[in-house]
Design a protein around this ligand. Structure first.
Ligand SMILES: Nc1nc2c(c(=O)[nH]1)N[C@H]1C(S)=C(S)[C@@H](COP(=O)(O)O)O[C@H]1N2
Ligand SMILES: [Mo]
Length: 417
């Protein structure tokens, strides 16, 4: 056994492994004695191992895929994202550091500071909730690196397939209302968030991530300081008790465990704002080409994209039966104008029924009914086009050193028999 801890992340492997291995030798492997191991019933999984189970820890659907455990990163297979509103159990987790522990909501504060505030001001959670009007929006959050695994030459980082995207319902107050209450100066150009998670190195002086958005984005109606997700407290993995939510931008701009926002007189220079993080070449480059740091531009609005969430890839149907296909489409800060489906590898396209978003920056649902001409293997491809007439590419687009913004058409396999 090479790397027991990695293999044991999969609960199926863990159960198998524990069945095959005596608990005593299991613990030796992990560097600790299990005293009284002879008293432990067969098939009993010690709590220490249960705690390492991200599915139990974060109450996640067992079909989520674990990409990393330090920090925790998990994504959903496409068919799991079929809900109109993504439930927490199916929502991807992307952490850059260690989730804060022992959060005390009663003493949690948000401080607004920075070069461009009249004077810094702090609020308790209670003050934020009672002083400002509350709003609820469904907001699409997609990791900038979603789809990275398809780039060639490969880019380092979490090898996301297609499931690092969510559209939950967020409730909170408008950042712009709070900034107005604090008072910002005319030199304000950007906001940067600071949060309570810990750097992987354990160094308290380092922040795992501290990103932000241009002031104009910060002042949009839908940019929230959220304290609830899907009508409940935000789950711990998703930023409890307070989160900045800036839908349509790479989700890295939506700071979890938020405790401070700096209103800056320059582009925010926090951790992972620097090149090449969350940046792409300002001008297209050849795959594998080296790009100078000053030639990398910060990602703002995410590109147009869609996901087929029903049926699951590999589905089989009988000949003569119609197939209902459905999913979601989104286009960063823009709206999706149309969604087309192809079953002949892109030779012909048919328009799907596409809903308007429930609110700005929410994904849009599509649905199509497909007839297959004869038995055999098919692929169903989906292609969204945004309101500016820009469509998803069929091939992996714009290679970039960090593997961001892969918005190639999603496809599923169907067997008609
Ligand atoms: N404080 C903090 N906020 C964060 C992160 C983080 O590591 N720490 N990760 C960011 C990134 S890169 C992404 S893609 C989203 C993931 O949000 P989720 O885990 O709720 O799906 O959170 C963003 N906000
Ligand atoms: Mo991300």
């Amino acid at each position: 056994m090479k790397n027991p801890s990695a293999d044991l992340l999969n609960p199926k492997n863990r159960r198998e492994f524990i069945k095959k291995t005596s608990l005593a030798s299991l613990c030796t492997l992990f560097g600790i004695d299990l005293v009284f191991s002879k008293n432990i019933p067969k098939d009993y999984i010690p709590l220490a191992f249960q705690d390492a189970d991200p599915f139990a820890l974060f109450k996640k659907n067992k079909e989520l895929i674990v990409l990393n455990n330090k920090p925790w990163n998990m994504e959903a297979p496409a068919h799991l994202l079929d809900d109109a509103v993504t439930p927490s159990s199916k929502m991807f987790v992307r952490n850059n550091g260690l989730i804060p522990e022992n959060i005390d909501v009663n003493s949690w504060t948000l401080t607004i500071d920075g070069e461009a505030v009249k004077s810094p001001k702090s609020y308790t959670l209670q003050e934020l909730k009672s002083k400002f009007k509350q709003y609820t929006y469904q907001l699409t959050l997609e990791c900038g690196g979603n789809g990275r695994s398809e780039f060639y030459p490969p880019a380092s980082g979490n090898q996301w397939k297609v499931g690092a995207v969510s559209c939950a319902k967020w409730t909170g107050i408008r950042l712009k209302d709070v900034l107005e209450d604090v008072g910002i100066n005319s030199n304000a150009v950007y906001i940067g968030y600071h949060a309570a998670d810990k750097h992987l190195s354990g160094d308290p002086a380092k922040e795992p991530i501290s990103r932000g958005v241009p002031l104009a984005k910060a002042l949009q109606d839908e940019t929230l300081l959220a304290f609830a997700m899907n009508d409940e407290d935000i789950p711990l993995a998703h930023g409890y008790p307070l989160r900045l939510v800036a839908g349509g931008y790479p989700a890295s701009a939506s700071g979890k465990w938020l405790n401070r926002i700096s209103v800056r007189d320059r582009v925010h220079d926090g951790s992972k704002m620097e090149s090449p993080s969350y940046r792409v070449p300002c001008q297209p480059v050849a795959p594998g080409e080296e790009v100078a740091e000053d030639q990398m531009c910060i990602i703002e609005s995410m590109p147009v994209k869609s996901l087929i969430t029903y049926p699951k890839s590999g589905a089989m149907i009988n000949q003569g039966r119609k197939l209902e296909v459905r999913g979601h489409a989104w286009a960063g800060e823009l709206e999706v104008a149309s969604l087309e489906i192809s079953i002949d590898f892109g030779a012909t396209w048919k328009k799907a029924k596409l809903d308007r978003p429930v609110n700005r920056l929410a994904w849009q649902h599509f649905q199509a009914t497909i007839d297959f001409p004869q038995k055999g293997y098919y692929e169903v491809w989906a292609k969204a086009t945004d309101q500016n007439g820009i469509s998803q590419p069929m091939l992996v687009p714009g290679w970039n050193p960090k593997g961001y913004l892969n918005n190639a058409c999603h496809r599923i396999a169907i067997k008609v028999s």
